[in-house]
Design a protein around this ligand. Structure first.
Ligand code: NAP
Length: 210
């Protein structure tokens, strides 16, 4: 496999929603979930996130372990991002990369590299691999996840099921996009499940060939 191993980490409500219908995104996981996320981040060479997640949630993306410096990668077709977003200003990643369509990036963003690769995820993974990235952690949101899943570029999914319902017909789920058919659906193998109090921590392997 001449691409990085790709993990996706998400938390969803029991009805599969990753944020509330109004789009507000106060984090709805527990302290335990946070600890696990940070442990996973510490194993990654690079952490990738979609532009909309930065706009809606503005999460810090670095691991708590200050000896680890995974790259920060933001995917934004338009390249219009807030230069003060936490992903650009917090932590000490070895690189901060913006991947865009073939456009310029908003001036003033403190990135170290601009990769205008468009939607070519295989090319992105090939380049990351060539530069030494062996484990890529994707942290959403639903549209970015869908793009990786649709091209069969995901190897494992960490999913926390939070003991809550959020509802909302149009609220995003862990996988957006146009959706798959029953014939093209992605098969998952549950390799680990652990209950901690009311939360369920699941790890699935993606079955690449049915
Ligand atoms: N519960 C969780 O674990 C979790 C995790 C992450 C996010 N979230 C929530 O998810 C929501 C955001 O998710 P989202 O699905 O709306 O957006 P998203 O996946 O975070 O970002 C989508 C954006 O990524 C850019 N992009 C670049 N290449 C793309 C490609 N090939 N396919 C799709 N997008 C591409 C585009 O940015 P431009 O518009 O700049 O062109 C697009 O608008 C927020 O509410 C956030 O809080 C929840």
């Amino acid at each position: 496999m001449n691409r990085p191993f790709v993990s996706i980490n998400m938390i969803s409500s029991v009805d599969g929603k990753i944020t509330s219908a109004s789009g507000e995104s106060p984090y709805f996981g527990s302290h335990e979930d946070r600890l696990r996320l940070h442990a996973l981040r510490s194993t990654a060479c690079a952490i990738l996130v979609g532009a909309n997640t930065i706009r809606c949630e503005n999460p810090p993306m670095h691991p708590r372990d200050s000896t680890k410096h995974p790259w920060h990668i933001v995917m934004s077709r338009l390249g219009q991002l807030d230069p003060h977003a936490r992903i650009f200003t917090e932590g000490t990643p070895a690189k901060r990369i913006i991947v865009t369509a073939h456009t310029a990036v908003e001036p003033g963003i403190p990135m170290t590299e601009h990769w205008p690769l468009g939607d070519d995820l295989p090319l992105l993974l090939k380049r990351l691999y060539a530069e030494g990235v062996r484990h890529l952690l994707v942290e959403g949101g639903g549209e970015i996840n869908a793009a990786f899943f649709a091209q069969d570029l995901v190897d494992e999914l960490y999913l926390t099921l939070a003991p809550t319902l959020l509802g909302g017909s149009h609220s995003p789920t862990i996988m957006g996009g146009t959706g798959l058919t029953l014939a093209t659906r992605i098969a998952l193998q549950l390799v680990h499940a652990e209950r901690v109090e009311n939360e369920l921590f699941c790890r699935y392997r993606i079955v690449h060939e049915l």
